[in-house]
Write a protein that binds this ligand. Structure first.
Ligand code: ATP
Length: 270
């Protein structure tokens, strides 16, 4: 089967109202939305629109969601690929895929390019010399750097990349004119978890009087993705028990199940 080069979504429906919490991060990317909507407003005074920003934070905190919302808010196409797709690739394929991605985005500009798990291609060069695919990874990274340097500031393509390991990235990626802005996307606090629950409870049929505050207090350390998963699990548990609406006990059972899963996940590494 022929691997897909990258994803292209020209009608992104996601907007900032789908992203709960993350007020600071949303404020920072609001500027990127403005650049994409009114580039001339910024370039007319001689300013250079940034080419890239790095979204940094733990898994499941909404980095992909936020990047997509930038495209949705600006009403521009969203081109995306994941660094992990490059790990086992034949020589030359990674670099040409990056080249095609930028070519397509430029043709459809203004546009957003999103690179998830950029650390898979953007780890510091010259390390892990033992790993066989290293040369190909370096080729891919070099192509990415070349593309970012190559497009002018009036191209109106902004590259967002996500990582949970900014510390291992090649410093060349963070140089001026590349990913020279970092936006932190952290695990949600109590207030933010409440807001995330509001979003993910909305589609559920639930009993009256279910307290969002109670749910938020039961879930310290949960990411947005964990909360989305929890709400879904609770609905499935309620259905299995032939209930007509999801109740507090279903959520507590789902919390137990998910915490069990999280513990298993962390035991793998301990
Ligand atoms: P990863 O690093 O694992 O790729 P991520 O940070 O990109 O994770 P997303 O893929 O954006 O996380 O989040 C997964 C899902 O979790 C989202 O599609 C959404 O349903 C939910 N989610 C995560 N964060 C939030 C949030 N802040 N508000 C609402 N939903 C969220």
């Amino acid at each position: 089967s022929k691997a897909k080069l990258f994803d292209e979504n020209t009608k992104v429906k996601t907007t900032f109202k789908d992203v709960a919490g993350l007020e600071g991060a949303k404020e920072e990317v609001q500027e990127i939305v403005d650049f994409l909507k009114n580039p001339e407003k910024y370039t007319s005074l001689g300013g250079k629109i940034p080419k890239g920003a790095l979204l940094v934070g733990p898994p499941g905190t909404g980095k992909t969601l936020l990047a997509k919302a930038v495209a949705g808010e600006a009403k521009v196409p969203f081109f995306s690929l994941s660094g992990s797709d490059f790990v086992e690739m034949f020589v030359g394929v990674g670099a040409s895929r990056v080249r095609d991605l930028f070519k397509q985005a430029k043709e459809k500009s203004p546009a957003i390019i999103f690179i998830d798990e950029i650390d898979a291609i953007g780890r510091a060069r010259g390390k892990n010399a033992m790993s066989g695919s290293n040369d190909e990874r370096e080729n891919t990274l070099n192509q990415l750097l070349t593309e970012m340097d190559g497009f002018g500031t009036n191209t109106n393509v902004i590259v967002l990349a996500a990582t949970n390991r900014a510390d291992i990235l090649d410093k060349a990626l963070m140089r001026a004119g590349r990913f020279d802005r970092q936006i932190h996307v952290d695990l949600p606090n109590l207030t933010e978890r409440r807001a995330i629950f509001e979003v993910h409870l909305r589609p559920l049929k639930k009993v009256d009087g279910l307290e969002v505050d109670f749910l938020a207090k039961q879930t310290p350390g949960f990411s947005g993705a964990d909360i989305a998963n929890l709400c879904n699990e609770a609905a499935l548990i309620a259905a299995r028990n032939n209930k007509k609406a999801v109740d507090k006990q279903d959520f507590l059972d789902a919390v137990d199940r998910i915490i069990g899963g999280l513990e298993k996940r962390s035991n793998l590494f301990s």
